[in-house]
Design a protein around this ligand. Sequence first.
Ligand SMILES: [Fe+2]
Ligand SMILES: [Fe+2]
Length: 309
Amino acid sequence: MPLDQTTLLIELEPVVATNLDRHLLLAKEWFPHEYVPWSSGRTFDGVLDGEPWRPDDSDLPDVARTALIVNLLTEDNLPSYHHEIATLFGRDGAWGTWVHRWTAEEGRHGIAIRDYLTVTRGVDPVALERARMTHMESGYTNAHSDEVLHSVAYVAFQELATRISHRNTGKATGDPIAEQLLARVAADENLHMVFYRNLLAAAFDLAPNEAMRAVTDVAAGFQMPGATIEGFGRKALSIALAGIYDLRQHRDEVLAPVLRQWNVWDRTDLGPEGERAREELDAHMTDLETQAARFEEKREARKVREARK
Ligand SMILES: [Fe+2]
Ligand SMILES: [Fe+2]
């Protein structure tokens, strides 16, 4: 008999409690204000009649600006993410403590990145604010908002994806201050990933076929949490061309290592349903390999073309 959603939540509660304790032990307290070079700041035009923003206020490469905007807008949508997980996981017991703790940690990310960008005049603050309004007004809905295992599988991948994206964005800025800040944010995302990954590992032992199905559905339909940002396709392409987050990284550094941790390829506890899901996942990984290789070829060809110009 497949376990219903409530039974899954109850059965997983002790695992949440253990991993919450582990998380609280490992999570390091940090302060966003320490990472921001406040003395570089200047008052803006408008209410206080300072200097308007100009593109040459900052030396950040264009693609780093794009990636910072995407990462920040993604973090900005936290109220929607909180709504999704609070509704599904609940606000009581260990689940609730995790939901609130996670939300508080995520809240730091948007604060720190926005402060950095505003003080250093890294991006147009008016365009950024308008983009934030548009993005948040459209909200975010989890693709499997009433399924516990699908949701846990999604966040395990997504936290790792954001870790890599923050880390590589930091490197792309060419600014050691931004790099340090984004490495700090990425370290938070890594601990979040470990929490959800451990949780789904326990779910695999509890309900292997259902967990396998969830992982396959989520890997096959994966969208970045910022996918609804205006102009996301164009932005994601330039981010991929710069090697900040591309299909190769998505396949080899996000999906593959987490799948290995869950031992999906060598499990012996799957029934026919689980086996079918695993075969689908295998086909998907092969397909991603082809797509990633094709993208890398195109990117290489493009580089050669541009070098000739
Ligand atoms: Fe975050
Ligand atoms: Fe996170």
